[in-house]
Design a protein around this ligand. Structure first.
Ligand SMILES: C[C@H](N)C(=O)N[C@@H](Cc1c[nH]cn1)C(=O)O
Ligand SMILES: [Zn+2]
Ligand SMILES: [Zn+2]
Length: 480
């Protein structure tokens, strides 16, 4: 069942209004990982809740309790549960998205204010934090709802929603809520399939459907010694310096080719099966795509399959930063008293945060012992999420494929995503439902980076894609 032509026309006719609404959403700096923005994450939850209500979605703001972040106890932002339609003859799809964003400061190197949506009329780029990750896609769903509400059209399927405000910081509290609401009589009871639009195409040309995500284990390693910061002239070569210890430890985690040096981590992953390369060979991707998205010729290999396998079916370890280190202007000659190195490991099956943790802890403690330092080491696991792989021969994928063909007149590539959406596996397991990832944005959108953008055409065609998917879902032969 194709989407009605009036729906497609409505999306085209209202493009400017949709962009204005995206600007409103981007203007709320809902950064979940920084305590000083926590009220803005709440503001964003209320903004989105009001939008959903205005289109007839019944919602419930669910309190997820409190958590401790950087030593501070904070209220978690609420999850928004929503539902619209309860026709027993229709399928029920659960839609997930997140309304929090990564941190962003002009001083990081943005060309414009990150929380002001800046529209480049020449190339059609909508630049702003959250434009592609994940406010654009969430607003894509609102655009679909708006058409049906304003034209008194029934949706082709029943929809349940789950929107959260902590995805960028480990989805705290959400797994338990999903497990509870998946039970008989719970909010998610009766869900037939799940759709998530929160990742990206591989390149700038070819739409994709995604059937896998890497998991994540995020660590903080804290080295402390002196009771306060010290003068390097007075104390250099007289004490064990925390920063020296930390930098040595961090240098022992990963090599320059990306091999993880923690014994047992890379080794957990089975080798590629006989013809596995052919899966990657046929994806529309080139070394130029990755180098264009990175803005430099720095790919680890000139073999496209090797690069894709590194991103999709291998774990990776990235060093993110050092808290407490001097990083300002000028030549401050300080010995920091306490520094915390941050790194994360992207996980693939059969790895989980639980089976990785003992390997990480044992290795770091052993390497620290080798330093013979009198400083103190604490290893903290900040947050984690399991990897996920789906059955791509499911009718949910068929519907997403048909929608892609209808909107883009192209066959989608089938990809595994290198990033993580921690709750995905929980949806699949707790609901016993197939999950499809149907991304809106392009591979060069710069999610988490400076100058994050969403192309206008991806926002508008992507809104059509999400709506068309619902119609294809209603038509596809499958359960219900
Ligand atoms: C793929 C998704 N849009 C995303 O960006 N996920 C984040 C999740 C996360 C986990 N820890 C911090 N953020 C990611 O993959 O980094
Ligand atoms: Zn993200
Ligand atoms: Zn995201």
């Amino acid at each position: 069942m194709p989407a009605p032509p009036e729906f497609i026309k409505f999306i085209d006719d209202n493009a400017e209004n949709f962009i204005n609404r995206l600007a409103e959403a981007v203007a709320i700096p809902s950064v979940s990982g920084d305590a000083k923005y926590r009220q803005d994450v709440f503001k964003m939850a209320h903004w989105l809740n009001a939008q959903l209500n205005s289109y007839g979605v019944e919602t419930q703001l669910t309190d997820l309790g409190k958590h401790v972040m950087d030593g501070q106890e904070l209220q978690l932002p609420p999850a928004i549960l929503g539902k619209i339609g309860n026709n027993p003859n229709k399928k029920t799809v659960l839609i997930y998205g997140h309304f929090d964003v990564q941190p962003a400061n002009l001083s990081d190197g943005w060309s414009s204010e990150p929380f002001v949506l800046t529209i480049n009329r020449e190339n059609g780029q909508l630049v702003g934090r959250g434009s592609t990750d994940d406010k654009g896609p969430i607003l894509g769903w609102l655009n679909v709802l708006q058409y049906h509400a304003e034209n008194q059209k029934d949706l082709p399927v029943n929809i349940k929603f789950c929107f959260e405000g902590m995805e960028e910081t480990g989805s705290e509290g959400l797994d338990d809520l999903v497990k509870k609401e998946a039970q008989s009589g719970g909010w998610f009871d009766g869900v037939d399939c799940v759709c998530i639009s929160d990742n990206y195409w591989l390149n700038t040309r070819t739409p994709v459907l995604t059937y896998g995500l890497r998991g994540i284990s995020y660590y903080k390693i804290i080295v402390s010694g002196p009771s306060w910061d010290l003068h390097s002239g007075s104390f250099g070569r007289t004490i064990h310096e925390p920063m020296t210890d930390l930098v040595i430890l961090m240098s022992k985690l990963v090599d320059t080719k990306g091999h993880i040096l923690i014994p047992g981590v890379d080794e957990m992953v089975p080798s590629a099966f006989a013809d596995e390369r052919s899966l990657y060979e046929k994806l529309d991707y080139s070394i130029e795509d990755i180098e264009a998205a990175a803005g430099a010729s720095i790919a680890l290999s000139s073999d496209k399959v090797e690069v894709l396998m590194g991103r999709m079916r291998s774990p990776s370890l990235s060093l993110h930063g050092i808290e407490g280190a001097f990083y300002g202007a000028g030549g401050k000659t300080v010995i920091p008293a306490k520094v915390a190195g941050k790194f994360s490991i992207r996980l693939v099956p059969p790895q989980t945060p639980e089976n990785i943790a003992p390997l990480v802890n044992k290795y770091l403690e052993a390497e620290f012992a080798k330093l013979g330092s009198k400083n103190k080491l604490v290893v903290e696991e900040v947050h984690g999420g399991k990897p996920w792989l789906a059955d791509l021969n499911h009718w949910n994928f068929e519907a997403a494929k048909a929608a892609t063909r209808a909107v883009y007149k192209q066959e989608p590539d089938m990809t595994r995503e290198g990033g993580s959406i921690p709750v995905t596996l929980t949806f699949a397991e707790a609901l016993g439902a197939n999950v499809v990832l149907l991304p809106m944005g392009r591979g060069d959108d710069g999610a988490h980076s400076t100058n994050e953008k969403l192309d206008r055409s991806n926002f508008i065609e992507g809104s059509k894609l999400l709506g068309t998917y619902l119609y294809e879902l209603a038509a596809v032969q499958g359960k219900k």
